[in-house]
Write a protein that binds this ligand. Sequence first.
Ligand SMILES: [Zn+2]
Length: 139
Amino acid sequence: MPRVIREGVATPYGECNICKRPTRSHVLEPAIYDEFKTEEVVSRADDYAAKQWEEVEEVVKYRLAKNAIVLCHGCYVEQEKKLTAMVDKNYDRWMESPATYVARIRTIAETYKYYKFEGELETKIKSLVKALKGSKNDR
Ligand SMILES: [Zn+2]
């Protein structure tokens, strides 16, 4: 049975991954569905017809297999603040010798991608990753 992500279908409400309030404000990981085919009766003879008949059609259906991972807006903003504070505090030091902080920079880059943060934070993290790639000590 194929497992699919359904583009263009609203994410079902879930529990915020942090505070557990129901939300779908920020989707970190999309919901995954099982796709299956089934037959549906689209038309049939009425009960009193002399000759009974049935018309079936194959239809594709989806069953939710794995809930989306979602964050409410409050928690999302909180995460963004935390990451921004960490980047702001260390930015100059990390830019000076990115190769020394490979693990930190990579972790932060992963976090930023996962949460899909934008704006100034994104710009700074991209600069750090670029500096890291350009650094000759990177193995
Ligand atoms: Zn929350």
